[in-house]
Design a protein around this ligand. Structure first.
Ligand SMILES: NC(=O)c1ccc[n+]([C@@H]2O[C@H](COP(=O)([O-])OP(=O)(O)OC[C@H]3O[C@@H](n4cnc5c(N)ncnc54)[C@H](O)[C@@H]3O)[C@@H](O)[C@H]2O)c1
Length: 253
């Protein structure tokens, strides 16, 4: 590609939360952005934010766990914006429960959205990246990958995202494609608000309790994660691959 050509990014789960902040941030970096989420109409706010600031974006409705929808969505992005060479696998869901109460459907839903979704999206985008000799894949893991009570499905999926990332880095490196994972700690979004509700706490109190356990003494914001994704997707980050960056206000191990 010529140096003036705009790179195209797809951000999944970008109607709100971390994905929305990431889509906006990548547009600020000069990327044309496909704002992808389950329902195309729900992407309108994120698209408007980008275009109002002079950026380029389209809304794409797609369930990332559905192979046919993923193929169609990536094809549409390639046609309307150009070959997608930046992919952020951010779409996610929670189905928390203790093991003895967890249903098979709670297990399967979480595996399908996070792992199958990241697999299908990466497989569909990699050919564009290989053709371009350039690619950046960022997968959203989580501090829960290290284990978290009530999240046996989610922690397994998020640990799986790390192995998936490292293997993509090994397989695709020779084509100019890097793959990295960002593993957030507590980020204030609808997802953590729903958890607060589930455990019967107000969201403010829930955030205060979380912040008191975090070395920097605050919870994270979606922009904190978007900044990390912007680094990994940058043209300058071509020698950084297969890494997992915890963005959690302190060290985790
Ligand atoms: N919020 C946190 O504290 C936190 C911490 C660690 C990791 N994460 C991860 O970061 C990512 C974003 O989290 P968030 O807090 O912004 O969540 P969120 O619930 O606010 O947003 C998730 C988005 O993903 C979309 N989505 C869900 N299933 C989808 C599917 N099958 N296809 C397409 N889109 C789908 C939803 O519609 C929603 O817009 C997730 O992968 C999550 O697991 C979040």
């Amino acid at each position: 590609m010529s140096t003036n050509e705009q790179r195209v990014a797809i951000v999944t789960g970008a109607a709100r939360g971390i994905g929305a902040a990431t889509a906006v941030r990548l547009a600020e970096e000069g990327r044309a952005v496909a704002v992808l989420d389950l329902d195309e109409a729900s992407c309108a706010d994120t698209v408007k934010k980008i275009t109002a600031a002079g950026g380029k974006a389209i809304a794409v409705g797609c369930d990332v766990s559905d192979a046919g929808q993923v193929e169609a969505a990536v094809g549409r992005v390639a046609e309307e914006l150009g070959a997608p060479t930046i992919l952020v696998n951010n779409a996610g869901v929670l189905r928390d429960n203790l093991l003895f109460k967890m249903s098979e459907s709670d297990w399967d839903t979480v595996m399908n959205v996070h792992l199958r979704g990241a697999f299908l999206m990466s497989r569909a985008c990699q050919k564009h990246m290989v053709d371009a000799g350039f690619g950046r894949i960022v997968n959203l893991s989580s501090s829960s990958a290290l284990g978290n009570r009530g999240q046996v499905n989610y922690s397994a999926a998020k640990a799986g995202m790390q192995g998936f990332t490292k293997t993509l880095a090994i397989e695709l490196g020779k084509f100019g494609v890097t793959a990295n994972a960002v593993a957030p700690g507590f980020i204030a979004t609808d997802m953590t608000a729903a958890t607060a509700e589930r455990v019967g706490m107000g969201f403010d109190d829930f955030q205060k309790a979380a912040a008191s356990q975090i070395p920097v003494q605050r919870v994270g914001q979606p922009a904190d994660i978007a900044n990390a994704v912007a680094f990994f997707t940058g043209d300058a980050a071509g020698f950084v691959s297969g890494q997992v960056m915890y963005v959690a206000g302190g060290p985790l191990n």
